[in-house]
Write a protein that binds this ligand. Structure first.
Ligand SMILES: [Zn+2]
Length: 432
C-alpha cells in the first residue's frame, strides 16, 4: 500500500508510479484526477454478468418463485421480444452502472441474440470486457439451434472480435448456456474451439442441485466428472457457479487449472444452497483460480463488486469458522489481480504496475462510510463501503467516470429511454 503517491498514465498504459510531489514536479502540466484523500485501486473485474434481458425487469421478478420459473416464465419469454436496439440499450445501462461502481472489466455471460450490439455498448461507455453469444442445442428457447449452427455462430464471433487476450476493449469468448442445455458434442467442440482461438470458454453449471441430478441420470456421473472424461476442462475454462460439486470434482477443477466464478448474491437471492453445500471456500483454501461475479439484475441485482466481495468474504469466513481465510485484503485481490488470473488477463490488468493497462478506480473518502478514515483503507473499503464511494474511473488510460457520472454517455437520457422500454415490457408481463 503506497501513501501520498501518484500513478502516471501515458496513452493507455501505466508509465510511472511514485511520490505525488516528485511526480508533480516531473510532470507539471499533466492533469490530475483525485485528491490527497482519495483511495486508488486497480479496476474491478466482474467475471459473470448478463447484460441483456434482465435489466428491463430489474428487481421485478418475484423472489418467491424458483430460479427455473424465473428463467423460463420471465427471462426466456422476454428474450423473444428483444430487438437489437434493446440489447444495446440494456448493455449500455448495465455497463454505466458497472463503471460507476468501479467495474472496469466485465465477462459477459451471454447475449442471446445480438452480441455485436453489446460490443458496441462496451465501446460507447468506455468499458473493457468480453462478449459471448448464448449457445444451446437442447430444449426450447430463443436461438436454440443444431450443434453445428451453434458452433458456427460462436466461431463467427471469434472471427469478428478476436479471442486472444489483448489490449482491445472488447474480445470474444466461447459462451454456452451450460446447465443440461448442451449436448456432449457441443461442449466438447466448444472447448476445442476456445483452445484453437486461444480464448476462453464459459458456461453455467451446478448453481443448484438440478444440474447434478440431471447429469447423474443421463450419464451416471456428476457434471464436472463428466466434463473431465470428455476432455472439456482446462485452464481456458471458466465455470460459472460450480456451487454443488463434490470433493472429486473439486480436485478435478484444481488439477485442470480450470477457473470458477462465484456469484454469492445470486445464490442467496435464488436460494441455491451456497451456505449448506458450496465448496468455494475449499477452492480459496487450495489457492484455485477463482473470480467473483454479480450475475444479473434479478439474481443479485446490483452490479457492485465491493458489495459482492464483502459478501463472499463473509460467507467463507463464517462457513469455515475461520477468521483468517478471506480477509478484506483477500477480497480486494479477488476482484482485482486474482480475478484477472482467473480470466487469463493478469499480464495486462488486475494491478497497478508500470506497463500494465491503465484501468484504475479512484474512491472519494468524503462520505460518511469513510468517517473517520481507518489506518487500513482496505478494511474500510470492503467492510464499510460499496460502489458508491467511487468518484472517478479510468479505463485504457481514458477518463470515463467523473464524480460518479459517465463522461461518455448522457445518463439522464439513457435512464429515460430505458425506463420507457422497461414499462413496455413490464406491461406485457401484466406488471405495469
Ligand atoms: Zn448467469
Amino acid at each position: 500500500m503506497l501513501k501520498n503517491s501518484a500513478v502516471a498514465i501515458t496513452d493507455s498504459v501505466i508509465s510511472e508510479i511514485g511520490d505525488f510531489e516528485e511526480m508533480r514536479r516531473k510532470f507539471p502540466d499533466i492533469s490530475v484526477i483525485g485528491t490527497p484523500t482519495s483511495v486508488v485501486t486497480p479496476g474491478y473485474i466482474n467475471a459473470h454478468q448478463h447484460l441483456t434481458g434482465d435489466r428491463y425487469l430489474r428487481s421485478a421478478i418475484p423472489d418467491t418463485i424458483s430460479s427455473n420459473d424465473a428463467i423460463f416464465k420471465w427471462i426466456v419469454p422476454l428474450h423473444e421480444l428483444l430487438t437489437a436496439t434493446d440489447d444495446r440499450l440494456s448493455a449500455t445501462a448495465g455497463l454505466v452502472e458497472a463503471l460507476s461502481n468501479g467495474v472496469t472489466f466485465t465477462v459477459e455471460a451471454g447475449t442471446v441474440a445480438h452480441p455485436h450490439e453489446v460490443a458496441s455498448a462496451f465501446v460507447d461507455v468506455g468499458a473493457r470486457g468480453t462478449v459471448g453469444r448464448w449457445g444451446w442445442d437442447i430444449g426450447q428457447g430463443p436461438q436454440v439451434a443444431p450443434t453445428s449452427v451453434v458452433l458456427e455462430r460462436q466461431k463467427q464471433l471469434l472471427e469478428d472480435f478476436g479471442g486472444k487476450a489483448s489490449d482491445n476493449l472488447v474480445t470474444a469468448w466461447v459462451t454456452l448456456v451450460g446447465h443440461d442445455l448442451m449436448s456432449d458434442e457441443l461442449v466438447t467442440k466448444a472447448s476445442q474451439l476456445a483452445r484453437d482461438y486461444q480464448t476462453h470458454l464459459t458456461f453455467h453449471i451446478a448453481p443448484h442441485e438440478d444440474d447434478v441430478k440431471s447429469y447423474l441420470s443421463r450419464t451416471g456421473k456428476r457434471p464436472i466428472t463428466h466434463f473431465h472424461d470428455l476432455g472439456v476442462l482446462g485452464d481456458h475454462v471458466l465455470l460459472a457457479h460450480a456451487v454443488h460439486i463434490d470433493e472429486i470434482e473439486t480436485n478435478l477443477i484444481i488439477e485442470a487449472g480450470t477457473a470458477v466464478v462465484s456469484c454469492p448474491w445470486a445464490y442467496l437471492r435464488l436460494a441455491q444452497g451456497i451456505t449448506g453445500y458450496g465448496r468455494h471456500a475449499d477452492l480459496i483454501r487450495r489457492n484455485a483460480r477463482i473470480a467473483l461475479g454479480c450475475d444479473s439484475e434479478n439474481a443479485g441485482d446490483a452490479i457492485d463488486m465491493i458489495r459482492t466481495a464483502a459478501l463472499f468474504a463473509g460467507l467463507t469466513r463464517d462457513g469455515e469458522r475461520d477468521f483468517a481465510i478471506t480477509s478484506a485484503h483477500d477480497a480486494l485481490d479477488l476482484m482485482t489481480i486474482r480475478g484477472a488470473q482467473a480470466i487469463g488477463m493478469d499480464h495486462l490488468i488486475g494491478s497497478i504496475e508500470v506497463g500494465k493497462l491503465a484501468d484504475i478506480v479512484i474512491h472519494s473518502t468524503d462520505g460518511p462510510q469513510w468517517t473517520p478514515i481507518s489506518p487500513d483503507p482496505v478494511l474500510q473499503l470492503i467492510w464499510a463501503s460499496d460502489g458508491r464511494s467511487v468518484s472517478d474511473v479510468v479505463v485504457n488510460g481514458k477518463h470515463v467516470v467523473s464524480n460518479g457520472s459517465s463522461l461518455m454517455v448522457d445518463e439522464p437520457a439513457l435512464r429515460a429511454e430505458l425506463t420507457a422500454r422497461a414499462q413496455f415490457f413490464l406491461a406485457t408481463f401484466g406488471k405495469a
